[in-house]
Design a binder for this molecule. Structure first.
Ligand code: DGY
Length: 328
């Protein structure tokens, strides 16, 4: 009997595929909330396969609590910074993530919604009307900026970056520049994208959108020095992982009006939107900041497909095939 533990129910019909297999015993955490660390340590005992969410830190302690028979961690998430890959490798545990076309498209749509909402001041305008401040048409009321002809700087050139570049280049007359650890000629060709160093990109972009994984090398990729390079009118969009932006430096840059605004779906000290409560949740007070609760890939299409990918990874493992989304 192969034992599987799923830390919270996930959407879509794909789980049925596992449930109908008699050789599998599937235990699902019954509450619709994040499992506590203590409960997680109890429930993983003796399992062969773990399906965690990005909200669970899967470290040596969890792997030890599971036992040496744990051989697969099939993460229900594209990002895998919640899993200690080194510890997994040491123990011979395979780790897979759940990238899929649908979730890349959803994150791209969310990032683009952010870009338009910032440049047309949609969230500010909505608050303005709701609070009863609208008293009549005014040529200078909540003036925004057009995106047409502007330059969007994309950090990363993977699936999500491509989905953004395709839409912006083909549909909105936007110039695309990008930076990455190495040049991506296909990306350049497909979207007439120009490769830049990070510094050049920050200087030239009207919008900077971040699409890189959280790694030691990308932590605080955007900090004080980087904000100083950005245009005073530029917007920062982060739908990747919070710690890629130094949040305190962002707050300072906004207060000093070093940049034009920011839209964040992820936070450095998630789920808190402020690492240091003494800062009094400064981000919330900025009118030119849009905040969403880590939902960039939260669409029916993406969430269901992520379950399908998790199941595919498990089936490949059970059938002794090579794992399609192995990250360790
Ligand atoms: C992911 O999959 O990494 C997203 O951040 C959560 O849906």
């Amino acid at each position: 009997m192969t034992k599987i533990f799923l830390t919270r129910m996930i959407p879509g019909p794909a789980l049925k595929e596992l449930k109908k297999r008699k050789s599998l015993q599937i235990d699902i955490y019954e509450k619709d909330q994040k499992i506590s660390h203590q409960e997680l340590l109890k429930r993983v005992k003796g399992i062969d396969i773990l399906i965690p969410l990005l909200t669970e830190k899967i470290d040596a302690q969890v792997m030890d609590a599971a036992g040496p028979q744990l051989k697969l961690i099939s993460n229900y998430s594209v990002g895998f910074d919640n899993v200690d890959l080194e510890e997994a490798k040491k123990r011979g545990i395979n780790v897979t993530n759940a990238p899929c076309c649908e979730s890349s498209e959803s994150v791209a749509e969310h990032a683009i919604a952010f870009i338009f909402a910032l440049s047309h001041r949609i969230v500010e305008a909505d608050a303005f009307v709701r609070s009863g401040k609208y008293k009549g048409w005014d040529p200078n009321l909540l003036t925004g900026t057009d995106l047409l002809g502007k330059t969007v700087g994309i950090v990363g050139s993977g699936r999500i970056s491509s989905a953004i570049a395709r839409r912006l280049h083909d549909g909105f007359g936007v110039k695309i520049i990008y930076t990455d650890i190495k040049r991506n000629k296909d990306f350049e060709k497909a979207y007439k994208a120009k490769y830049k160093t990070k510094e050049q990109l920050l200087k030239e972009a009207d919008v900077v959108s971040l699409h890189v994984p959280l790694l030691p090398s990308t932590r605080h990729l955007i900090s004080t020095k980087e904000f100083k390079l950005m245009k005073k009118t530029a917007f920062l969009v982060n739908t990747s992982r919070g710690p890629i932006v130094d949040e305190l430096a962002l707050i300072k840059a906004l207060q000093k009006k070093q940049i034009g605004g920011a839209a964040l779906d992820v936070y450095e000290c998630e789920p808190s939107i402020d690492c240091n409560p003494r800062d009094n949740y400064e981000l919330r007070k900025q009118p030119n900041v849009i905040l969403t609760p880590h939902i960039a890939s939260s669409t029916i299409e993406a969430r269901q497909m992520m379950t399908t990918v998790v199941v595919k990874n498990i089936l490949a493992y059970l059938n002794k095939k090579s794992l399609p989304n192995k990250v360790a």
